[in-house]
Design a protein around this ligand. Structure first.
Ligand SMILES: *[C@@H]1O[C@H](CO)[C@@H](O)[C@H](O)[C@H]1NC(C)=O
Ligand SMILES: *[C@@H]1O[C@H](CO)[C@@H](O)[C@H](O)[C@H]1NC(C)=O
Ligand SMILES: *[C@@H]1O[C@H](CO)[C@@H](O)[C@H](O)[C@H]1NC(C)=O
Ligand SMILES: [Ca+2]
Ligand SMILES: [Ca+2]
Length: 369
């Protein structure tokens, strides 16, 4: 685990990918890979109890045709359907919150942010889409190169668990599993053949940048991601409002039951859900919170000015990237990060585990017009 994994060729490739992503090439200490960061003792947001006045549910917002423009297209296969992007109108929104649930994450202060219009993938990138990319390019993910990735213990077969003796001290339910990667999310005896429409997992930041670049897209900035998440609503916890379960319905794939011992799956999914599951938000985006964590292009920092900004792109450099939205493993008692304002980091970019992504673009790629 602790041995340096980055050969010269790998570093050149790493730099190339970073260059493609218009980022600085850095030699971050990539030998220290940690868990997906779901765990955060003391980060419980349980005390938060919001007023829910004006609450409405997502299917209502999704009918606001004036803000959601499906991409023009002829007949599509189910596969290319997943490539669709939503038009996100430019505007000003309040990023972050003055009532941070997780202090050390730098969710605050609330600040006004103005963005130009852009496009955002409607769905998390699916296994089918990622396979398409790998078939076309021969791309090898970092988890495949490194030979392992972190997997939640509860998802592993006894056979795989038997061979593992090392866990992450702060999050002992994460185990480094040999040969776990996007094709084998729970290790070598698992496969994705029955979940091609689920989000791809075990994708590093570099892998995500490579995919988006190939697709003629890019990763969203954190501001773009959060603006997209809010779906046109101001000052709400979730993409559809403040209630986690409007009308008693599940709108998100997270963890029900006591974490990490009992995964009740009351939302219908113990693991990932299809990227098309649950109602979309006001911009037509599915599973922007929950299901898979999503990478953004920004470097991580917790130091934000309250000043209004225009198209912010995060700090000029750093050592970790911002991920947003939480995952199917988030429970309020440990990972209350399935809020639009919530954020987390990974150490370093090559961490993968339960990370997925979606891409953004300034203009619609030709093949989607
Ligand atoms: C990728 O290639 C494999 C092997 O040729 C094929 O079975 C699979 O259907 C392809 N996947 C996609 C998404 O086109
Ligand atoms: C994929 O995994 C499923 C569920 O574990 C299993 O039933 C199936 O046989 C596996 N398919 C392949 C090709 O290994
Ligand atoms: C935070 O940012 C402000 C202004 O951008 C700067 O003056 C200050 O030194 C920063 N603090 C830290 C701890 O980086
Ligand atoms: Ca679930
Ligand atoms: Ca998500």
């Amino acid at each position: 685990m602790a041995a340096p994994r980055q050969g010269p060729l790998g570093l050149v490739f790493f730099c190339w990918i970073l260059w493609l992503g218009s980022a600085e090439c850095s030699e971050g200490s990539r030998d220290v890979r940690t868990s997906g960061g779901e765990a955060d003792p003391g980060a419980c947001g349980c005390a938060i109890d919001r007023a829910t006045g004006g609450e409405a549910i997502a299917h209502k917002y999704s009918r606001e045709a004036n803000v959601f423009h499906p991409t023009r297209s002829g007949p599509r296969s189910a596969k290319s359907e997943l490539r669709q992007m939503a038009f996100i109108p430019g505007g000003v929104f309040t990023m972050g919150t003055n009532e941070p649930a997780i202090q050390q994450d730098g969710e605050w202060p609330a600040r006004r942010v103005r963005l130009d219009p852009f496009y955002m993938d409607i769905y998390e990138v699916s296994n089918a889409e990622f396979e398409n990319f790998v078939n076309a390019t021969g791309y090898l993910t970092e988890a495949e190169k490194f030979g392992d990735s972190f997997v939640f213990e509860g998802m592993l077969s006894e056979q795989v668990k038997t061979g593992i003796h090392q866990a992450v001290a702060v999050a002992p339910w994460w185990l480094p599993v040999k040969e776990a990667n996007w094709k084998h999310p729970e290790g070598p005896d698992s496969n994705i053949s029955y979940r091609m429409d689920h989000p791809v997992l075990h994708v590093s930041w570099n892998d995500a940048v490579a995919f988006c670049t190939w697709a003629g897209k890019r990763l969203p900035t954190e501001a773009e991601w959060e603006y997209s998440c809010r779906g046109g609503l101001e000052n709400r916890l979730f993409p559809w409002g403040n209630k986690l379960h409007p009308n008693g319905q599940h709108y998100i794939n997270i963890w029900q039951g006591e974490f990490p011992v009992r995964n009740a799956g009351e939302d219908g999914y113990k693991g990932t859900a299809p990227v098309t599951a649950f109602p979309p938000n006001g911009y037509g985006l599915y599973n922007i919170i929950g299901n898979a964590w999503e990478w953004t292009s920004d470097w991580w920092s917790v130091n934000h000015s309250a000043e209004a900004t225009y198209n912010p792109k995060g700090p000029p450099r750093g050592t970790q990237r911002v991920k947003k939205g939480g995952s199917y493993m988030c429970h309020k008692s440990y990972c209350y990060r399935y809020r639009c304002a919530a954020r987390s980091q990974n150490t370093p970019e090559s961490s993968a585990s339960n990370l997925g992504f979606r891409c953004a673009a300034d203009t619609l790629p030709d093949y989607l017009k």
